[in-house]
Design a protein around this ligand. Structure first.
Ligand SMILES: NC(=O)c1ccc[n+]([C@@H]2O[C@H](COP(=O)([O-])OP(=O)(O)OC[C@H]3O[C@@H](n4cnc5c(N)ncnc54)[C@H](OP(=O)(O)O)[C@@H]3O)[C@@H](O)[C@H]2O)c1
Length: 290
């Protein structure tokens, strides 16, 4: 348990503001600091305390939650008050590469702080959404000591001691998310530009979420065995991608995402024919197709 039911939040973008509200709603005292000071006004109106400087923000509490655009911003901000880091706990929930988070942890430890890394798998900035959750990595004892204080933020998933792990999981999920969102927008554009009813399409297309879950599991099992598919299935997927490209281009929709997908199947076909055995797309992505 943290000694005090209070916390500092540094960074008041959409995520930081949601965190401040969640803490205040749970009865946690919150001190805030943000580079653009005016963004703290609304938080102060809700009941947060304003710190005038980064040093004051760090001094206010044992635990500081950092919510900034990237790790460079952490150096820019906490770098203003490194002599106030000693003995403090920094929980950095900002996004960055796993390697940068490991370096960030080393930097904070070098200034006498203890460190937790978070990866916020939230439904946008709606951290109260039942599907929002928060990956953590870093020392288990540190997580155990502060998990109750941090619980208002979202459901927690502690992954392990390696500081980089939370961002390995977070960035891997985002790799899927970006392709999914752009693919979804392409689908909507095909329907819209074909003059069809978007609402009716959405009602159908979103009615089978278990289908995606089952493909995720099936492909994960296949990945453990080297990857999904054989030459026949790569050719089938290549031909299918061609139909999506035509359905898009015929109505003026950008098909470059599907062209990229088709290119993967073409590469899998070429590699399989060269090797005389299936070389799945997974091997191309994993960099182990040679
Ligand atoms: N928004 C989401 O839906 C979402 C969901 C999950 C995870 N995330 C991740 O959570 C983190 C925070 O998200 P967000 O949407 O709140 O981010 P954001 O809007 O990009 O920025 C948050 C904060 O970063 C500060 N900042 C950026 N560069 C700075 C610098 N060089 N020095 C000082 N302060 C700096 C901004 O200060 P100013 O106000 O002064 O500009 C702002 O307070 C990001 O890493 C994001 O990728 C976001």
């Amino acid at each position: 348990m943290s000694a005090k039911n209070s916390v500092t939040v540094i960074g008041l973008g959409p995520m930081g503001r949601s965190m401040v509200k969640a803490f205040l709603d749970a009865g946690v005292e919150v001190t805030v600091w943000n580079r653009t000071a005016a963004k703290a006004d609304a938080m102060v109106e809700l009941g947060a305390k304003r710190a005038a400087t980064v040093a004051e923000a760090l001094d206010a509490n044992e635990v500081t939650v950092v919510s900034l655009t990237h790790y460079q911003a952490m150096y820019d901000v906490l770098g203003q008050a490194t002599d106030h880091l000693k003995g403090k706990v920094i929980a950095n929930l900002s996004s960055d590469s796993p390697e940068n988070t490991r370096k960030g942890a080393e930097w904070a430890l070098g200034h006498g702080a203890r460190y937790l890394v978070g990866g916020f798998m939230s439904q946008g900035d709606d951290i109260a959404h039942p599907d929002s959750y928060l990956y953590f990595s870093g020392p288990q004892d540190l997580f155990d000591a502060h998990k109750d204080l941090l619980r208002p933020l979202s459901r927690q998933e502690y992954l392990g001691e390696d500081y980089g792990l939370a961002q390995v999981f977070y960035q891997a999920e985002l790799a899927l998310f970006h392709a999914f969102l752009i693919g979804w927008e392409q689908a909507l554009a095909i329907v819209d530009r074909s003059g069809a009813d978007i609402d009716r399409f959405v009602a159908n297309a979103s009615s089978h979420p278990n289908s995606y879950r089952d493909f995720m599991r099936e492909f994960a099992e296949a990945a453990k065995a080297g990857g999904w598919g054989d030459l026949h299935s790569f050719k089938m997927m290549h031909a299918g991608a061609q139909h999506v490209i035509e359905a898009s281009v015929d109505v003026g929709v950008d098909a470059s995402l599907t062209e990229t997908a088709q290119d993967f199947y073409q590469r899998a076909i070429d590699a399989s024919e060269r090797a005389g055995r299936p070389v799945p797309v997974y091997q191309l992505l994993r960099g182990t197709d040679a």
